[in-house]
Design a protein around this ligand. Structure first.
Ligand SMILES: [Zn+2]
Length: 609
């Protein structure tokens, strides 16, 4: 009893200390119709010297730098009695209060009309807040707790949904800066469905589907049933659910046709924005993002690359680990929908086909390693550029490339070690995910060596296929499951023109890709095709007729113009490089019992009945 009292006393005094340190925000939406929110931030116990307050330039899970400061205006600073304090701009999004008082209050307007996993959106139907896009913060106070209070009494039936901890009426709490920035908030007249999940250790947690959409409650309930099945299949891979921080996990779901489709993972929640008119009728299309994002609750939220730690809000982190953090998540996102019965194995095979084509045929994967592809995310992940970029020749997405590494490793573990990629994920979870010890590339290699009991295999795999640009023998590996990888259009002629724009009676080329006949012939973006061996090219039909009447190896004369000047070049037609992945049964071959077993063990449900 005494001990308990003492503990209470300690708790109370630590609360007092925290309250003195706590940064508190208040948010209201008087001009939501014009997409504005009003924010105030109160900082107590400001140390002497200049105080810098800024907006973030990055957002958890988004790997490129974004300028959130551009949507902030009317910023004012005052002491606790409302007396104005002077400040200067030391960068576009950094406000330096030169002589701060003990308590400083900062108020500003923030504009937001982009509903996705990164930005903010305010209107009469909801307040959709990703924290870095919405909340300014003082520099150097990362360990201080935060509270945020929402005022929305003027809105109809709005409710708050967030992974932040509820501590009072419409007031939420984050233990520190990093947790706050990771905790998106949706306030809307949403519908919800929840279910409990029990971990092997007996701990019960709750998963919530929060949907801001034009659907009936029965649709939300049915959809939650589907998610429940998907979640169970995911738990079978990892062996258990993560320990969610306050015992809850939230799918924060917006269904709005006007905005970009997106999904963004967080520790105990995910923001998912989808572009269908509603959920009803589109359930199975929507599941892919849910599956991908939920897999992140383990992979990247807790099983985390060292290069993302701590998350840098002033300039986005460059990471070597996204081929695993995103690529393996991409691989499992689709595979688990097949295992859960929401995709046919034929769908799953088509997914693998896309991955293999991209890994074997794109210059980004041919010339760069999965680690280099990961590092390019700082420019590629919704990074905006007005200049032309050479993406087609230097970048293969770490989602696809990493999924290719996952596919190859899964098939190699199965065929060479009688293990599976699930075994590897569980081993990584035990060594790095559950204890939350961020990993390096050599940590990943070490766990693979321990699992396979082969340091030689792990060293070779990482040297050649992760740090290097070598490609696994996908044809041989896939044949284990009775899948045949072959040329999709053998002996068919290929120009490599890519997507030609036929507007205004002109055939204009886009960026050409290394290794293609068009690239080798010196053709490039904005070249206008005039004729091929004298045959005029003015629409897709004339181009198709031309290639149909030729064969690989034919040399043709290309007349084209560039910036108004007519030119000529010779182009050697190649064979269409596209690969197709088909079941051996469809090729007239025999599916052996061993192949059937391999395929079933791989693609069928892993839930122990
Ligand atoms: Zn992801």
């Amino acid at each position: 009893m005494k001990k308990i009292l003492l503990a209470c006393g300690l708790l109370a005094s630590s609360f007092v200390v925290n309250a003195q340190q706590e940064i508190s925000y208040e948010v209201s939406f008087p001009n939501a119709v014009h997409h504005e929110a009003q924010i105030s931030m109160t900082i107590p116990n400001v140390p002497t010297g200049a105080l810098k307050v800024r907006m973030s330039r990055s957002s958890p899970g988004r790997y490129a730098t974004h300028e959130f400061g551009k949507n902030v205006y009317n910023l004012k600073a005052s002491d606790q009695n409302g007396k104005a304090l002077n400040f200067k701009l030391t960068a576009g999004d950094v406000y330096e209060i030169t002589n701060p008082t003990k308590t400083v209050k900062v108020t500003y307007t923030v504009f937001g009309n982009w509903i996705d996993g990164t930005y903010a959106g305010f209107d009469e139907t909801h307040a959709h807040m990703n924290i870095p896009a919405t909340f300014a913060f003082p520099i150097g106070m990362d360990t201080r707790p935060r509270t945020v209070k929402f005022n929305y009494a003027d809105k109809q039936n709005w409710k708050v949904a967030t992974q932040l901890k509820l501590t009072g009426k419409d007031t939420y709490y984050a233990p520190n800066f990093q947790y706050f920035m990771d905790s998106p908030i949706e306030i809307a007249a949403y519908k919800t469905a929840s279910w409990e999940v029990k971990n092997p250790d007996g701990k019960i947690q709750t998963i919530h589907l929060v949907s801001h959409s034009n659907d009936e409650q029965s649709t939300i309930d049915n959809y939650a049933e589907m998610l429940k099945k998907m979640v169970t299949e995911q738990v079978a891979v990892w062996g258990e659910l993560p320990n969610f921080d306050y015992g809850n996990y939230y799918f924060l779901h917006d269904v709005l046709p006007e905005y970009a489709g997106d999904g963004m993972e967080h520790r105990n929640s995910t923001v998912i924005v989808q572009r269908t008119p509603k959920i009803a009728g589109y359930e199975s299309n929507l599941l892919g993002t849910f599956s991908h994002e939920f897999f992140h609750a383990w992979n990247v939220e807790r099983l985390r690359p060292k290069t993302l730690e701590p998350f840098n809000f002033e300039h986005s982190n460059v990471s070597d680990g996204l081929w695993l953090a995103e690529g393996f998540t991409q691989y499992y996102g689709n595979l688990l929908l097949a295992r859960a019965g929401f995709r046919t194995s034929e769908n799953a095979v088509q997914g693998f086909n896309g991955i293999v084509n991209s890994v074997l045929n794109s210059p980004g994967a041919i010339n760069f390693s999965p680690i280099q592809a990961s590092q390019y995310a700082v420019f590629a992940d919704a990074g905006v550029a007005i200049d032309q970029r050479n993406m087609g020749n230097i970048f293969t997405s770490y989602y696809t490339y990493g999924a290719g590494v996952a596919l190859a490793l899964d098939l190699r573990l199965r065929s060479e070690f009688k293990l599976t990629l699930d075994d590897y994920m569980r081993a990584l979870w035990k060594a790095h995910g559950k204890p939350e010890i961020a990993y390096t590339m050599s940590d990943l290699e070490k766990v693979l060596a321990q699992l396979t009991k082969s340091t030689a295999f792990a060293a070779d795999f990482f040297k050649n296929y992760v740090h290097g640009k070598a490609k696994n023998d996908y044809a041989k590996l896939l044949l284990n499951a009775g899948l045949v990888l072959r040329k999709a259009s053998p002996n068919k002629a290929y120009t490599g023109f890519g997507r030609v724009n036929f507007e205004g009676g002109k055939a204009t080329l886009g960026q050409t890709i290394q290794g293609t006949p068009a690239y080798n012939a010196g053709l490039d973006v904005d070249n206008v095709l005039i004729s091929l061996d004298g045959a005029e090219i003015k629409d897709q039909a004339s181009l198709t007729t031309f290639t149909d009447n030729h064969k690989p190896g034919d040399v043709v004369e290309v007349k084209y113009s560039y910036r108004g000047l007519e030119k000529k070049t010779k182009l050697t037609l190649a064979e269409v490089p596209t690969l197709e992945l088909v079941s051996i049964e469809k090729t007239g071959g025999t599916l052996t019992p061993a192949m059937q077993t391999f395929r079933d063990n791989w693609l069928n449900s892993q839930i122990k009945k």
